[in-house]
Design a protein around this ligand. Structure first.
Ligand code: FES
Ligand SMILES: [Fe+2]
Length: 441
């Protein structure tokens, strides 16, 4: 059970909160590199409840800093992106990407030196990898390394990236990814297994909609294996992971080639940026085809296309879907009634978006009635809370901050094995023969 105190500590992410402090120990994925043009307009960026700006200076370096100018707090979003830094339009003070004050033109030259030192803008360190800008918002003098996700070993041009904003707290959004039993209902409740081809990857999921589970704490967070019988002597496995502090891996691809991580980056307590990084070469032909029944007819509601509203300059104006709470996520009652689409909502991502946003901006956990099918969720909450409290109470660093290698063996995906293997052996055997990029040095 999640108590009211647990609920608050799990969901609040601003400066000084228990979970906010935990998250600030890690690199946070913030935006696409392509969102910042060299010397171009700064961008408003909300991260962990902090209002920031991001910009790319005239030499190509990325700056991420508090949007308030340290002089009299006018927003640097309005600033002029000039040679080597951003200049506040109020009194002309200029800052480089590290926050150092370069110029203070409204102060007499002989008076400006010590003020310049004091007027450092609050800037965070930023790096670019896999087409994304990552930000370190922690306080350590030496930032940790990026997490050793397998996908970050892949050359940047082989990594696919996508961002989608979700209008709810990060935790309920993330938990959709580790709540495996919803698949057979929300996404596939209208599918009769007899209508699917024999090797269709969702065959086992829809044949047995209440799977059994193994769940465990792992070095990177938590892991589940959902399993079902798959004919004589065979077991169908679906492995998924939670990785500190807000990442998941889900079994929506073949285990052997499914390099992927999905991040649920808290923008503030009530908004989250979903980000996914995947290996383009690892996507199988099967996954790329439009899902179809064995007679060739398309399966309703399994679309992967999402329509976006135009990005705006608002703090929360980036990567929003056109289908949202204001239009009931495009609900089609006829499709729902006729069982063409179980949910009535067309697109897998949108189905997840609708149910998690429909819980309210921050789910009141005291209203839940968790069942045995929710063990992965309860264990993950406990793992997060214990790590966050250990950091707060004992300064114990959470998993994967210094020992970033713990992430490398995390993989999600589906496969069928013979019954002789236990779940951990089955995972290790599949990983041993999986496609893996060599680690970057
Ligand atoms: S407020 Fe920015 S220079 Fe004065
Ligand atoms: Fe889902």
């Amino acid at each position: 059970m999640t108590t009211a105190i647990d609920s608050v500590e799990l969901t609040r992410v601003g400066p000084g909160t228990v979970m906010g402090q935990l998250m600030r120990e890690y690199w946070i994925l913030a935006l696409m590199c392509s969102e910042l043009a060299r010397g171009g307009a700064p961008l408003r960026l909300m991260l962990l409840g902090e209002k920031l700006i991001a910009f790319r200076d005239s030499t190509g370096r990325v700056g991420v800093m508090d949007h308030r100018c340290p002089h009299r707090c006018a927003s640097l979003f309005l600033g002029r992106n000039e040679e080597g830094g951003i200049r506040c339009i109020y009194h002309g003070w200029k800052f480089d990407v590290s926050g150092k004050c370069l110029d203070m033109p409204n102060v007499l030259r002989h008076q400006d030196f010590k003020h310049k030192v004091k007027a450092k803008a609050k800037a965070y360190r930023a790096v670019e990898r896999a087409g994304m800008v990552w930000v370190y918002m922690g306080s350590r003098a030496k930032a940790p390394s990026l997490p050793a996700f397998e996908i970050l070993d892949v050359p940047d041009d082989e990594v696919g990236v996508s961002l989608i904003q979700r209008d709810c707290n990060y935790l309920q959004a993330l938990e959709g990814d580790i709540d495996t039993s919803h698949f057979g209902f929300l996404h596939a409740g209208h599918i009769d297994p007899d209508d699917l081809g024999e090797d269709d990857p969702i065959q086992h999921t829809v044949a047995i909609r209440a799977p059994e589970y193994h769940i465990a704490d792992t070095a990177w967070g938590t892991t589940y294996a959902g399993y079902r019988g798959a004919g004589p002597g065979r077991t169908s496995w679906r492995f998924g992971n939670f990785l500190f502090p807000f990442w998941t891996q889900v079994p929506n691809g073949e285990f052997g080639r499914h390099l992927q991580v999905r991040g649920w980056v808290p923008l503030d307590d009530e908004h989250t940026m979903y980000c996914v990084l995947w290996w383009k070469r690892g996507v199988s032909a099967m996954t790329q085809q439009a899902p179809a029944f064995k007679d060739g007819a398309p399966i309703g509601g399994m679309g992967r296309r999402n329509n976006f509203l135009p990005n705006t300059t608002d703090w929360l104006g980036r990567w929003r879907l056109a289908a949202n709470a204001s239009n009931d996520w495009g609900m089609n009652r006829a499709a729902q009634h006729d069982n063409m689409i179980y949910s009535g909502i067309d697109s897998i991502h949108l189905q997840d978006q609708a149910v998690t946003e429909s819980m309210g901006a921050i789910l009141d956990h005291t209203l839940e009635h968790l069942a045995p099918s929710d063990q992965m969720i309860t264990r993950t909450r406990r793992r997060l809370l214990m790590a966050a409290r250990a950091l707060r109470d004992n300064r114990a660093l959470p998993p994967g901050v210094e020992n970033v290698e713990v992430f490398r063996d995390a993989r999600g995906g589906y496969f069928v094995s013979d019954d002789r293997s236990g779940w951990r052996d089955a995972y290790a055997e599949q990983l041993a023969v999986a496609s893996r990029p060599p680690p970057r040095v």
